[in-house]
Design a protein around this ligand. Structure first.
Ligand code: HOZ
Length: 428
């Protein structure tokens, strides 16, 4: 496969953009290759600048649940654009999308729109601190909640991929307020709470961890967090930027039947345009400025284009059978890859929740960051590059999630499994 033009574009980008990319994992650094520069996409197919085409399992890292360039999204964005891209003033669409989110997500009685997932989590944390009057927060190692100072502690995604889970530039004085427990271990949570009595404002968790690969919650974990937070007066925040409207219309909280106090969203609710949101109980949300004193603002918050794309996307997701059909496709592809590995005699540990899945290059169970970090990342890199050559575009890191969209067809899934069969044999 020829990557000539992508390589030239990457050299040009490196001269003017740090590392040649505007978000680190995109650089393909951990798989030892140059990134592909993407020219266009349609459905679940992406085309690079050398006119190679790939079945896409990145889906813009989650938003493209209905596939790229869906006609409803194109139409609504074009129509909205003709009336103006941004006003910095309220529009009706913001209330429409807010109501759709409130109807869908069990924990949300009020919601504030922002422009990214990072902004959503950062603001939710500030609000939880303002609401409780406490400073400390708790997160889980390997979970990633965007790149704000307080949350770049033992972080997943690119931070884990590049070995900088605690980033330089985060003052120790800020990081000292962030406590880190182990995902799926209520015991580690209890120990930290015992050592910081009445000092913890919130526990933030990805209910389905998606930034250390895909790690499902063990039975009782989310329920246990709910109980602990209720007993200790701690705000429970589900970071559903990835899992929201992805693993079910109402997110992981609907799937597992556990209702947090606050929820952060992003990705899907913007239909591929930049968006984020955080919401929760009326009591907490009314502490937010201008109804309350906790400050948060944004010039492009509630942006008309993003609101329109979000509304159109949710209208499609609401259609009967959408999630059942996506579940079936996702099961077929994840099980197919897992079987291909088994047949090649190559041990992987396979996880999936709805249309989020991961092939861990690990023969043992992966249930937290210490177990995820044991994966054979060199073997993953070989697999990734071989799959790319076969026309399958996966996330360029072991510590990310693969996303299936409604646009993936049986033929795409077959192509993926055939490719995996060949690639596992190659590396076995
Ligand atoms: N934080 C994203 C992965 N979990 C990467 C975003 C991007 O590079 O676009």
């Amino acid at each position: 496969m020829n990557h000539k033009r992508s390589s030239i574009l990457f050299q040009q980008a490196k001269a003017v953009i740090p590392g040649g990319v505007n978000s680190p994992v995109r650089a393909f650094k951990s798989v030892g290759a140059d990134p592909l520069f993407i020219k266009k996409a349609s459905g679940c197919t992406i085309y690079d600048e050398d006119d190679n085409c790939f079945v896409d399992y990145v889906g813009s890292w989650g938003p493209m649940i209905i596939g790229h360039c869906h006609p409803d999204i194109i139409k609504t964005v074009q129509d909205t654009m003709t009336s103006g891209a941004s006003f910095g003033a309220p529009t009706e669409r913001e209330t429409v999308l807010a109501n759709m989110v409130i109807d869908a997500v069990p924990s949300i009685e009020m919601v504030r729109m922002v422009s990214s997932g990072t902004e959503a989590t950062m603001s939710a944390i500030r609000l939880a601190r303002g609401y409780t009057g406490r400073d400390k927060i708790m997160k889980f190692s390997g979970c990633y909640h965007g790149h704000s100072d307080a949350l770049l502690v033992k972080a997943g995604s690119g931070a884990a991929t590049f070995g900088v889970p605690d980033s330089p530039g985060v003052p120790a004085d800020f990081a000292k307020h962030t406590l880190t427990a182990e995902f799926n271990s209520l015991e580690s949570v209890r120990v930290l709470i015992a050592n910081h009595k009445e000092a913890i404002a919130c526990i933030i968790v990805e209910p389905v961890a998606g930034n250390m690969g895909t790690v499902p919650p063990r039975e009782g974990f989310l329920e246990g967090l709910r109980e602990i937070c209720t007993n200790e007066g701690i705000v429970l925040i589900f970071d559903e930027v990835m899992s929201g409207f992805r693993v079910a219309y109402g997110g992981a909280q609907e799937l597992y039947g556990v209702t947090p106090d606050m929820t952060t969203l992003g990705k899907i609710i913007g239909g591929g345009l930049p968006v984020g949101a955080f919401g929760g109980t009326r009591e907490i949300m009314e502490k937010l400025s201008p109804s309350g004193g906790v400050y948060q603002a944004g010039t492009l918050s509630g942006n008309p284009l993003a609101m329109s794309a979000g509304i159109a996307t949710l209208n499609i997701l609401k259609q009967p059978g959408f999630y059942a059909s996506l579940e079936e496709k996702s099961r077929a592809v994840a099980e197919g890859i897992s079987k291909a590995a088994r047949n090649a005699g190559y041990p992987i540990y396979s996880t999936r929740v709805g249309s989020m899945f991961c092939a861990f290059f690990n023969k043992n169970e992966v249930y937290d960051w210490p177990t995820a970090s044991q994966c054979d990342t060199k073997a993953f890199a070989k697999y990734f590059l071989a799959m790319l050559e076969e026309g399958v575009y996966l996330a360029p890191s072991q510590f990310e999630t693969a996303f299936v969209s409604a646009a993936h067809t049986e033929k795409d899934i077959e192509k993926t499994i055939t490719a995996a069969t060949k690639c596992f044999k190659l590396i076995a």
